[in-house]
Write a protein that binds this ligand. Sequence first.
Ligand code: AMP
Length: 215
Amino acid sequence: MRIVLLGPPGAGKGTQASKIAANLGAKHLATGDILRAEAAAGTTLGKSAKSYMDRGDLVPDKVIIGMIRSRLSDGGGMVLDGFPRTVAQAQALDQELTKAKAPLDLALYLDVDREELVSRLSNRAVCARCSKPFKLDDATERPKDVCDNCGGELQVREDDRPQAVRHRLRVYEEQTLPVLGYYKSSGRVAEVDGVGSTEEVGERLEAAIKQQSPV
Ligand code: AMP
């Protein structure tokens, strides 16, 4: 299956997308993770993307579309997370998938209210290596201040600082929310309540995927 996971920053897209991809045996493509890896490696792409990312702005469509095009699987399963973030990106994705005769099956929308998002993002550290998120105020989650998944260093993302969080939410509402309308207009959206434990939200997403593909 080919799925995009939509939702505001802090909705839990990364956590859920990697679980869905593992369950479906599909590729997980997270544009934010790819960009952070490019920035850490100091590539030309990474260097030019970093200033946009640190401010909480979107990296220009041309850059993102070029970056994702080379990574789209050849007709296989995939779960896209953090992409598309603009209607132009969604249209480019449809064009690429149509060319590959492997259209998108489903856009899953994780719905979380603004207050909850601000509280989640301002209380978040992430593993610098595997991107697993941790709650800053819950020391039991990270007993040694290292990632319990891969041993990587936990860091607070530059764009999780309060000013950048507010800006990212504005950018989301102005530029990314229309993507939901784009997929709704072609009847490809399933909306899922994103508030609850990781397991609860995961079960809701799984049910939505099964409904789309009952076999
Ligand atoms: P994320 O990890 O998905 O929250 O992405 C972190 C940052 O990377 C975003 O705030 C943007 O600056 C940039 N980014 C990630 N995906 C995209 C995209 N599809 N289009 C534009 N910018 C992106």
